[in-house]
Design a protein around this ligand. Structure first.
Ligand code: CU
Ligand code: ZN
Length: 497
């Protein structure tokens, strides 16, 4: 007998083609039947709804969240069944128990005792916690550089370079889908292009990816795109540009030139892909965006505090409002926050992007969706953590009609699955893993706002992860059926294919 049957839904199989009617039968974690399904243990009526492959978040910082919040409600409740973690150069592995985890992982592991050192060990630790969804990992440059060179502004020595190469190779061998950089962050910003080419070429030889938060996304966006393309070309590696944007009002509109340059590279035969988050604000560790000797007033003006251990009362408020209330200079307030005890753990939200650019990005035919959500749940996180995927389907597909529903599903399923090497996922096909989302296309919507960011999407009926009922009728089933994925391979802990 079949484990689960989903009947009467319109199937959007992830290919981008029009939907069709069929019943889906699931057994032993896999899609067994598409068409006519006999008796089953669990029956789900999908009438009036769409069934799609589970959505894939190509840009996550969930490395630590898998241990801290294994229920992963903020992703599962949007229909996300797989994330790519280890982005922007920060990854949970390699982990060195003697190093400061905050520096090495960019805060991803702060407060957590690892108990692991490499990717296999991390996967074991996460599986032990019974994660709700699947995870694919990148190995991050900032992490390996801080372990090999520490936070120093210089070129690595030969032996330090070998140490970094060893870390990257080991992670790739154990199933990482690539090497990530965050070249605006510490210590990655101290690296020359040549260092990145050498490390990215290891991903190239493995047939894996180079993903990058580029060196500049504002005044020097186009120069940074040139560097990313040069790295991809010289390292012979598929280059994935993360959260493509033009930051700062003076740069709005530059995404058009940037996309045109990338189109030219692709036309010339280079492998380049991209993702975007559907919001006009970014978010990250506030201290990374400021020079403490010369606080940037314009930036401070557009910042809202997400989480701030030193001043919890500031969470959810704009710096300019706090400064006005306290009748003081905004740069002085910024400096006080950043230099307070644990001030470096402050997460901010910065309103630096133009909505027109978000739409330009979404119109690019192969644009994928990455939330870039930062799962620090103690404060008022950026709403993208809970809202990204429902916002694409509700706002950009249904209300703005920027892309069709089957096409949006393709961009969030088969396209990322193929790009990031997720074995037998991202499509509704017999013999594929049963990662599925059943949703109502007429009601799906994000509800998370900057004022109330931790609210669940509407219109998600059922989410199935590896054949287990994970989320149904607004209830989290704590199935704990997520797997740790290895690039183009069976999942960690499963027999090699
Ligand atoms: Cu990121
Ligand atoms: Zn980033």
């Amino acid at each position: 007998m079949t484990d689960i049957a989903i009947r009467n839904a319109l199937i959007l199989d992830g290919s981008g083609g029009e939907g069709f009617e069929a019943d889906i039968g699931i057994s032993d974690g896999m899609i067994e039947t598409i068409g006519v399904v006999g008796a089953s243990q669990t029956e789900i009526n999908g009438a009036g709804m769409c069934l799609a492959p589970g959505l894939i978040d190509t840009h996550a910082h969930d490395d630590g969240a898998f241990l801290r919040h294994p229920d992963m409600t903020f992703k599962l409740s949007q229909g996300v069944t797989t994330v790519v973690s280890g982005n922007c150069g920060f990854s949970a592995v390699p982990f060195d128990p003697s190093a400061d985890p905050r520096t090495a992982s960019g805060g991803i592991l702060s407060g957590l005792k690892g108990g692991f050192t490499d990717l296999s060990g991390y996967f074991d630790a996460v599986l032990e916690a019974k994660p709700a969804i699947n995870n694919m990992m990148l190995v991050g440059h900032n992490t390996v550089r801080s372990l090999a060179v520490s936070d120093q502004k210089r070129t690595p020595s030969v032996s330090e370079m070998q140490k970094m190469q060893g870390y990257v190779e080991r992670a790739l061998e154990q199933g990482a889908c690539g090497f990530s950089t965050g070249l605006i962050y510490h210590p990655g910003r101290y690296s020359q292009t040549e260092e990145i080419i050498q490390l990215a070429s290891l991903a190239g030889s493995a047939g894996a990816l180079y993903t990058t938060h580029m060196r500049n996304e504002g005044d020097r966006l186009l120069e940074a795109v040139e560097e990313a393309l040069q790295i991809g070309d010289e390292a012979q590696v598929h280059t994935h540009i993360s959260h493509h944007k033009a930051a700062g009002a003076a740069n709005w509109g530059k995404v058009t030139s940037s996309l045109a340059r990338i189109d030219r590279a692709i036309a010339a035969g280079q492998a380049v892909s991209m993702d975007v988050y559907p919001y006009t604000a970014g978010s990250g560790r506030m201290i990374e965006y400021f020079n403490l000797d010369r606080i940037n007033r314009d930036l401070a003006e557009v910042i809202r505090i997400a989480s701030c251990p030193a001043f919890r009362a500031y969470e959810g408020r704009m710096l300019k409002d706090i400064a006005a209330e306290q009748q003081r200079d905004i740069t002085e307030l910024t400096l006080e926050i950043l230099t307070a005890p644990r001030g470096e753990n402050t997460i901010c939200i910065q309103f630096i992007i133009d909505e027109a650019d978000v739409e330009t990005n979404l119109r690019w035919p192969e644009m994928m969706i990455g939330s870039d959500g930062i799962p620090d749940l103690r404060g008022q996180p950026h709403p993208r953590l809970y809202g990204t995927f429902a916002k694409i389907l509700g706002h950009y597909v249904r209300q703005r009609a920027l892309l069709s529903l089957p096409e949006a599903i393709r961009r969030m399923t088969s396209l990322p699955a193929a790009t990031f090497g997720m074995h037998q996922r991202g499509m509704i096909r017999t013999g594929f893993h049963a990662d599925l989302v059943l949703f109502n296309p007429t009601t799906i919507a994000d509800t998370a706002t900057y004022d109330a960011p931790q609210t669940l999407a509407e219109g998600i009926d059922t989410v199935i992860v590896n054949g287990q009922l994970a989320f149904h009728n607004g209830h989290h089933h704590m199935a704990g059926s997520g797997q740790m994925l290895r690039y183009r391979e069976t999942a960690h802990g499963k027999p090699r294919s």
